[in-house]
Design a protein around this ligand. Structure first.
Ligand SMILES: Nc1ncnc2c1ncn2[C@@H]1O[C@H](COP(=O)(O)OP(=O)(O)O)[C@@H](O)[C@H]1O
Ligand SMILES: N[C@@H](CCC(=O)OP(=O)(O)O)C(=O)O
Length: 379
């Protein structure tokens, strides 16, 4: 097939409305001499083009350590953690400035978000990060995310940004994760060592055979293909398709979104909602319960709606925002479970009341729903 054809099976990518784009260290740096500002400008141009089509783009960008090393005049990547942290702190400023300047050429704003593993494994911080990111996206701002390298320690480090990209795709329920790197995609062997290696065009995220061909990273990158394959598996948990493609290919982002057969496409094996709901259903302990009126039971079961406070009659148990609670009908039969947006004390004060009164009752409003439908599984 010619590479500029619209390829069957690429619809998942061409139909995506929200995309997480991860740009790796191997691409961002100018042979270790700081940031490749011209190349960054080119990706920003493409992201702006996607934006203009109404596609929401969230960027996960590496490059802080490499940029910091250049600014500090270091030619060799340090191994001491405190030096890496210092380099990241110096470099992250340059990275943010570079994106801000390029997005401004298109009349777009960017926002810096630095995350740690803890932020996404702690449910409360996870929900907070998600609210902030959703708000930025709704404001048509492009979030530029990196690991908060200056505060993380080895035990709690993502290390590579492929994993971070996948978790952000999960967090925002993006339809696609696009990983741009210095190779054209996943080959059946590491092309640095096997010049005859063939590009794998499509595959199943989670296929164990992929891990067998994926090797480690180059001098500048961290995880290599191994972490990209793992990222595809993680992204698939929330139904996202993953594309691994060459960031130096002309117009790579726009061509991918146009459905062109570029790079490697790894598809989730399960439907998005089902994957997400399975995660919710399987993972978390229940901390309390909400008794729903008949109307709320029916909209949850029949329409997959969010649970609003107005449909709740009673609250029991002690829970905080982000905890899992079970929803029961007035006969005590289990209807659903999900992650609450309000702790038990606040929930008790707002149940039975319309959402527009929440702010007047509590003095603030986290969200109009008690449980957002993305965080709710009917059982
Ligand atoms: N099977 C493979 N196909 C393609 N690249 C591979 C494979 N196995 C290992 N690699 C290596 O992975 C590198 C990309 O990963 P990495 O250096 O971590 O980059 P990034 O900073 O973009 O994440 C490539 O330069 C390549 O040498
Ligand atoms: N957070 C680090 C990036 C880590 C890294 O290089 O990851 P990757 O681009 O996946 O190889 C930085 O900004 O330097």
């Amino acid at each position: 097939m010619e590479s500029n054809e619209r390829a069957p099976g690429r619809e998942a990518l061409s139909g995506a409305r929200r995309v997480v784009v991860k740009i790796g260290s191997a691409l961002l740096t100018n042979d270790g001499r700081g940031l490749d500002e011209a190349a960054i400008g080119g990706w920003v141009d493409q992201i702006a083009a996607l934006h203009a089509r109404g596609i929401e783009v969230v960027l996960v960008s590496s490059g802080a350590v490499a940029a910091g090393m250049a600014r500090l005049g270091w030619s060799v990547r340090p191994s001491a953690v405190h030096e890496l942290q210092a380099a990241a702190a110096v470099g992250q400023t340059g990275l943010a400035q570079c994106y801000e300047g390029h997005f401004a050429r298109h009349g777009l704003r960017s926002a810096q978000i630095l995350l740690t593993h803890d932020d996404l494994s702690n449910r409360k911080r996870y929900l907070n990060a998600r609210s902030a990111l959703r708000t930025l996206v709704a404001l048509r701002v492009v979030p530029v995310i990196n690991e908060n390298d200056t505060v993380v320690t080895d035990e709690i480090r993502f290390g590579d940004n492929d994993t971070l990209g996948a978790l952000v795709a999960n967090l925002l329920e993006a339809e696609a994760l696009v990983i741009l790197t210095d190779q054209e995609g996943l080959f059946d062997a590491d092309p640095r060592h096997s010049p005859t290696a063939q590009l794998i065009h499509e595959g199943r995220a989670g296929d164990p055979q992929l891990a067998a061909v994926a090797g480690g990273g180059g001098a500048l990158g961290r995880g290599g293909m191994a972490t990209k394959i793992r990222a595809a598996r993680l992204a698939a948990r929330s139904g996202a398709v993953t594309a691994i493609a060459g960031g130096r290919q002309a117009e790579v982002l726009t061509r991918l979104v146009d459905g062109e057969r570029l790079g490697t496409l790894l598809r989730p094996e399960h439907a998005p909602l089902a994957a997400r709901k399975r995660w919710l259903a399987g993972q978390l302990q229940v901390c309390g319960s909400l008794t729903l009126d008949a109307g709320a039971v029916s909209v949850l079961r029949d329409r997959g709606s969010s649970l609003l406070p107005v449909g709740v009659k009673a609250v029991s148990g002690r829970f905080v925002r982000g905890d899992m609670v079970v929803c029961v009908d007035e006969q005590g039969e289990r209807v659903a479970k999900g992650l609450v947006n309000y702790g038990s004390d606040e929930a008790a004060r707002i149940v039975g009341r319309p959402s527009h009164q929440i702010e007047a009752i509590l003095g603030y409003m986290e969200a109009p729903e008690l449980i957002h439908r993305d965080n709710l599984v009917v059982i």
